[in-house]
Design a protein around this ligand. Structure first.
Ligand code: GLV
Ligand code: GLV
Length: 329
């Protein structure tokens, strides 16, 4: 008989048909609590879940779905899932690395240029008719400036590569040195403090975990130049938002470009919405038609591979897969 899977995401019709050919599907609205939204009679049957970042997977959900074998996350980040707990329950976690790097790097560079060239204020300047009374204020070159990357994974590396094309100097800080990037002349490694104190633009490219929550706090912001910009296209809680707002309000840094916030959707009464030196986006780093399709292709392939006993392409906790293979042998 076909395995039962929960789909808590909006699937294109052709991909849904692919899943339906191999599995019995239980639909759950994106973001609904799995321990509540899956009918009680079905809970003991569920072997796979395909979900978005809005779905929490922790103790309660794992306990409610005792037969669960795989969670396929429709995202590269997996801070919505307690991976240690999933591993403990022998649940494989899959994600969608690689396919969204270009889109996220593009949005990062877009925010950088938007901030440096004052493009959002510039648009308002033209629309308001202010141009008819005088020229727009001058802005900042990015060529020759230092871009500091906190995090040098796939996305950070692609941002470095792109920034080089704009003749920026790129420095990075990462837990591990990236010898390949250094050898290629993409970026120079600096100590953590130097990253904040030297950079004209600091851009965050680290995942959210208990260790990285608040990684950019008051101390880090204090080290930044008053002329420097902060960009975050990673995860909101990696930056201490209250500290950032205070720094922006007091002009201690020049501005910020944020695709992610501590609370999403960002409420319109957030002080961020009334700060003129901030450019905001609605967590859309990967939000293009092409990239979201590639992510969904990968998320569905990961789910179906795991259901069929084939090693999925992108595993977050591969030890869990290896252990299951050993048990089956
Ligand atoms: C988006 O935020 C992702 O993690 O894919
Ligand atoms: C995400 O894919 C990263 O490695 O930065």
């Amino acid at each position: 008989s076909q395995p039962t899977v929960v789909i808590s995401a909006t699937l294109p019709a052709d991909l849904r048909a692919k899943v339906a050919a191999a599995c019995r599907i239980i639909d759950v609205p994106p973001g609904a609590s799995l321990s509540e939204a899956v009918p009680e009679a079905d809970r003991a049957l569920v072997e796979g879940v395909l979900c978005t970042l809005k779905t929490s997977i922790g103790k309660d959900q794992l306990a409610a779905l005792p037969k669960l074998r795989v969670v396929s996350n429709y995202a590269v980040g997996f801070d919505n899932i307690s991976v240690p707990m999933a591993s403990e329950h022998k649940v494989l976690v899959c994600n969608t690395p690689g396919v969204l790097d270009r889109a996220v790097a593009d949005l990062t560079i877009g925010l950088l240029i938007c901030l440096a060239r004052g493009m959002v204020a510039g648009d308002a300047f033209v629309r308001s008719g202010a141009w008819t009374k005088g020229a727009a204020p001058l802005t900042m070159d990015i060529a020759g400036k230092t871009l500091g990357l906190l995090g040098m994974g796939r996305i950070g590396t692609l941002v470095a590569r792109t920034a080089k094309a704009f003749d920026m100097k790129v420095v990075y800080h990462n837990r591990r040195r990236d010898q390949a990037a250094e050898a290629e002349g993409l970026a120079t490694y600096v100590e953590r403090d130097a990253l904040f104190s030297q950079s004209d633009v600091v851009s965050v490219h680290i995942p959210l975990s208990p260790e990285t929550r608040g990684a950019v706090g008051k101390a880090e912001l204090d080290m930044m130049k008053p002329t420097a910009y902060l960009i975050n296209t990673a995860r909101g809680p990696v930056v201490d938002e209250a500290a950032l707002i205070a720094h922006l309000q007091q002009g201690k840094i020049a501005g910020a470009g944020l695709d992610v916030m501590e609370k999403e959707p960002l409420p319109a009464d957030s002080p961020l919405c009334s700060l003129p030196n901030v450019v905001l986006q609605a967590h859309v780093g990967s939000g293009t038609v092409e990239t979201r399709r590639a992510m969904m292709d990968l998320a569905v392939a990961n789910l179906l591979d795991a259901m069929a006993g084939t090693q999925p392409k992108a595993m977050v906790n591969p030890d869990t897969w290896a252990a299951a293979q050993r048990r089956a042998a």
